[in-house]
Design a protein around this ligand. Structure first.
Ligand SMILES: Nc1ncnc2c1ncn2[C@@H]1O[C@H](COP(=O)(O)OP(=O)(O)OP(=O)(O)O)[C@@H](O)[C@H]1O
Length: 253
């Protein structure tokens, strides 16, 4: 079973503390929403966990190996990463962009073996892109591009997924489509950690919530355990009504 066990993570950069004492685990079957206001340290936590930033304290066990000791290809086979900035350098077909996800196995678009090709086809299907495979990415809507990025991540067939704001700038229906795709991945036995700014969406989908504030994990647990009006006030400075997993944000405090 591939899981992430992060303990006491710290990150400093240019004299600034970006992360302090962060501990969490990500296991198959979990859909963790990583929450917190802008600048709280969510991306820093992800990049440090993946070994993309050199931590100043702590340990990360990523599927049995220290994440900083993994090559990019080894890491990509264990965890698919959808970064916040997702540039598509030049227009390419949907299929070729999704095929980039097979980088984890040394494949390149145009040089796919049958196993790579099958994984790409499956990812296209899972993300409802089979009608769009030959379209160039610069002709797609924002929602379609978001699904292409998801498919690219799934093409790696990694057991874990970390997605940094995968639904940013999408309309509500497209947000649900992306979250349904991620939920289906978890239902198939994957584990996902997803940065979200939409708390009602997080409350609807997440099995666990991690709340960040000022470079620290302020709370974690199930929505039932951690989603409270007081926490919304403390973390986001908003007044909210909470009823089970239902969240109504009334305004700024
Ligand atoms: N190289 C750096 N030097 C100093 N500060 C940095 C550096 N990189 C990031 N920061 C700061 O660290 C803080 C945390 O950034 P991070 O991107 O992890 O936050 P975030 O929670 O992901 O925010 P957002 O929701 O806006 O994406 C921010 O205040 C950012 O300006």
């Amino acid at each position: 079973m591939t899981e992430i066990i992060a303990k006491n993570l710290g990150l400093t950069k240019d004299g600034a503390t970006l992360l302090e004492g962060a501990c969490f685990t990500l296991k198959p079957g979990q859909l963790i929403a990583l929450l917190g206001p802008n600048g709280a340290g969510k991306t820093s936590l992800i990049r440090t966990t993946l070994g993309m930033e050199k931590r100043c304290s702590g340990t990360v066990n990523l599927g049995g190996t220290d994440s900083e000791a993994l090559s990019p290809m080894e890491r990509a086979r264990r965890v698919a990463y959808l970064p916040q900035q997702r540039p598509l350098a030049w227009p390419n077909s949907v299929r070729d962009v999704v095929a980039l996800g097979r980088f984890a196995y040394g494949a390149a678009p145009g040089r796919l073996n049958p196993k790579d090709a099958k994984a790409v086809d499956t990812a296209l299907e899972l993300c409802d892109l089979t009608e769009l495979t030959t379209r160039h990415t610069d002709t797609l809507s924002g929602g379609e591009v978001a699904r292409v990025h998801c498919a690219r991540a799934f093409a790696a067939e990694a057991p874990l997924l970390i997605a940094d704001e995968p639904v940013a700038a999408l309309d509500p229906r497209q947000q649900f489509r992306i979250m349904n795709i991620i939920q289906a991945f978890v239902d198939r036995g994957g584990g996902a950690l997803v940065v979200l700014h939409d708390i009602p969406l997080a409350a609807k989908y997440a099995s666990h919530l991690i709340w960040m504030q000022d470079s620290r994990i302020a709370a974690e647990g199930t929505p039932e355990q951690t989603l409270t009006a007081q926490r919304m006030a403390d973390i986001y400075g908003v007044r909210a009504r909470i009823d089970g997993r239902k969240v109504e944000i009334e305004g700024a405090i």
